[in-house]
Design a protein around this ligand. Structure first.
Ligand code: GP9
Ligand code: MN
Length: 684
């Protein structure tokens, strides 16, 4: 035993030993910070393992640089790096406490949305245990000053530091491979900063962030205002005049945008287990005062929900890679629905029971002009209230009502549900239909979560009726993207009864619901082909907002001039006559390969799709809307927005005046929450 201790202390007295000790201590304190200061959402043993080991590669690389030097300065170098990195960790802890997100290059450069000076509030938010992140530096200094560890000042053989650096790179590679195996597309799809930190560590996140930001800002700095010309010309040449019959029919009404997570059109009227899976949505779909579209397609790429949100509220396509909300949401200028309506006197709010940082909503929503963003910290949280990505829909919608009733009218409120999300798991007490029996475990739970979502919508609509909001609001429903990806063709074949469910069928099953429901609206099932890109122009026309001056890639679905060529993000498309998947052109009506279509026709359609996509990419990559100054739109100043809970609650309280326009104020400030009926078992 003594011998072991002796050789251990001998090892620590070597420079390599000291470096390894520093890495170990750094790792311990980082794991302490990860688990107590951040909310990384670590689930399962692999994620836990990665969270514990992820500081090692980068710190081994950084501290390992000390091995290239000789003398006391190598120790001083290591301690300085350790200290600076700890200051960085400390700053992130404070920032995270306020914003549930990590510091990024954009924030530090100060060009982003957050002008909130952290320095001002530092004293208010710092906690004594935050300083523990400096403990390892202190311990190392004490060990050296009291000569418990002696400095090893001689120069090492070159191969030792080189080997250590190579080992660090190798470990990082292994870390990344394991991370990708758990979450594919981690670096390309850009979901959430929390994910990168959870899987690869804070320092790796910083490098990633710097590379990403440098890349995107280089393109932006080269862009100039004349780049807009070709885009404006395209808009002019392709503008479809909105349908005057519907112009302004919803003027001044409240708007609800109800995001039906992963909800495909085929679920409408679908029966399983002897019952309708979504009776509430089916009823809305068939009602006379609902405009329902049965040839409406999702057009998302890797950004999934984020792409859907971007298209819906900006009429711009998602990017070919990653999510524009993440890569460009903080810095770009937008002319988004919330800002447009804000300037028409609307209060605007987005509601979502997940962490605010997911898809960078907490920053992007400011660029879009959302007055409020109610994310999970605005809601009462209990373990049983959550499943998958966030709050269970019934509880989420019920608890959103307490904020809805406080919003000054007219308002624009977007409610993002999440329970019907892959992998479609639901606890027993919330299941009210049996799973399908395809044997594909991803597919079979889908009807259960869809039914649950449908019930939550039913409860919400009842509340609208009970409060009278149904008379004063337009309610818009949309499915954001597919629920069952094209990796499940066999199961889809069983579900749909289509014999060989092929690529053509998969393209057709990209249909998602789009329904506009409003008292007195001339409804019916409309067969026009269109997609998410067309929502904004359609809604603006209903709301009586002129869109002839807007840079938007979609057009009013009700316009007789609307183009029915629906572009998918990968260049494929669907139209009433032709469907293109890869290099194959199908006849949309028969599903057969279209052998008669001329090559001129093929390239005409394909070119239109690729032109639209690439022009839209140019707008986002070059941040071109910063150069666009239409007279009827004032640019959003992100500094005017804060989603801090205390600030939002204060603002809502202020609105509770005598002449307040919220339904709460109109009800003499008596809550309308007792009108909300839910059978959510968690609330009983
Ligand atoms: C998370 C949720 C899911 O906040 O919106 O996003 P998705 O995985 O569907 O893109
Ligand atoms: Mn989604």
């Amino acid at each position: 035993m003594k011998r072991i201790i002796k050789s251990f202390s001998n090892f620590l007295n070597t420079r390599l030993g000291f470096v390894i000790l520093a890495v170990v201590l750094y790792t311990i304190k980082t794991v302490y910070a990860y688990t107590t200061k951040f909310n990384l959402g670590v689930k399962g043993s692999l994620q836990t393992f990665l969270m514990v080991i992820n500081p090692i590669p980068v710190m081994l690389l950084l501290f390992g640089l000390a091995l290239y030097m000789k003398g006391r300065k190598s120790y001083i170098f290591l301690l300085i790096i350790d200290f600076l990195d700890s200051v960085w960790l400390f700053s992130n802890i404070l920032y995270y406490r306020e914003f549930s997100d990590f510091l990024t290059m954009i924030l530090i450069k100060g060009s982003g949305s957050v002008s909130n000076n952290l320095g001002k509030s530092i004293m208010g938010i710092v906690e004594p245990t935050d300083f523990l992140v400096f403990l390892d530096v202190l311990v190392l200094i004490l060990l050296l000053s009291f000569r418990v560890i002696r400095m090893d000042v001689k120069r090492l053989k070159w191969r030792i530091p080189i080997l250590v650096s190579c080992l660090a790179a190798l470990l990082f590679g292994a870390n990344l491979t394991l991370a990708e195996s758990d979450r594919s597309g981690l670096l390309t799809r850009t979901f959430d900063n929390n994910y990168i930190v959870k899987y690869l560590g804070l320092n790796a996140f910083n490098v990633y962030d710097v590379v990403k930001t440098t890349k995107t800002s280089a393109v932006k700095s080269k862009a100039k205002s004349s780049d807009l010309d070709s885009i404006k010309n395209y808009m002019k040449a392709n503008y479809a005049k909105p349908n005057v019959e519907y112009s302004g029919v919803a003027k001044g009404k409240n708007v609800f945008i109800i995001h039906l997570e992963s909800f495909q059109q085929y679920l409408i009227d679908y029966k399983w287990d002897g019952q309708e899976v979504t009776p509430n949505l089916n009823k809305i779909y068939h009602e006379n005062n609902t405009l329902s579209f049965d040839n409406f397609f999702n057009q998302v790429g890797q950004g999934k929900t984020a792409d859907a949100e971007l298209m819906l509220e900006n009429s711009l396509f998602g990017l070919p890679q990653g999510a524009a909300m993440v890569t460009d949401g903080t810095t770009n200028t937008f002319q988004a629905a919330p800002a447009i309506l804000d300037q028409q006197g609307y209060t605007t709010a987005s509601f979502h029971g997940d962490v605010p940082s997911f898809w960078n909503r907490d920053n992007t929503y400011k660029s879009w002009g959302y007055d409020y963003f109610f994310s999970n910290n605005y809601y009462k949280q209990k373990k049983s209230y959550n499943i998958g990505y966030g709050m269970k829909d019934k509880i989420f919608l019920r608890d959103s009502a307490q904020y809805i009733q406080q919003l000054p009218q007219p308002f624009y409120a977007k409610l993002i549900t999440v329970t019907n999300h892959y992998p479609y798991t639901l606890d027993k007490k919330n299941q009210s239909i049996s799973k399908t029996d395809t044997g594909d475990s991803t597919v079979d739970g889908y009807v259960q979560t869809a039914k649950y979502l449908d019930q939550s919508i039913g409860e919400f609509m009842d509340w609208l009726k009970a409060t009278g909001l149904d008379k004063t609001s337009m309610v818009v429903f949309y499915g954001d993207h597919y629920g069952i990806s094209d990796n499940h063709k066999k199961a889809m074949s069983k579900i749909t009864g289509i014999k060989n469910f092929n690529d053509f069928d998969n393209a057709q099953y990209q249909r998602v619901p789009f329904m506009i429901h409003m008292d007195g609206l001339k409804g019916g099932i409309n067969h026009t082909y269109g997609g998410e890109i067309d929502v904004l122009p359609t809604l603006l026309n209903l709301l009586g907002v002129d869109d002839s001056n807007k840079i938007q890639f979609g057009s009013d679905l009700l316009s007789p001039e609307h183009s029915q060529l629906v572009a998918f993000r990968n260049g494929n498309f669907v139209s009433p006559d032709v469907t293109k998947v890869g290099s194959t052109y199908y006849n949309t009506k028969t599903g057969k390969v279209d052998k008669k279509i001329s090559s001129a026709e093929k390239s005409k359609l394909s070119n239109k799709v690729t032109t639209e996509l690439s022009l839209s990419d140019r707008v986002i990559n070059g941040d071109l809307l910063r150069f666009y100054n239409p007279t009827d739109f004032t640019k959003v100043d992100k500094k005017d927005y804060s989603y801090k809970k205390s600030t939002a609650l204060k603002k809502l309280k202020k609105a509770r005046t005598k002449n307040g326009t919220s339904i709460l104020a109109q009800n003499d400030n008596k809550s309308l929450m007792d009108l909300y009926q839910t059978d959510a078992p968690e609330l009983k």
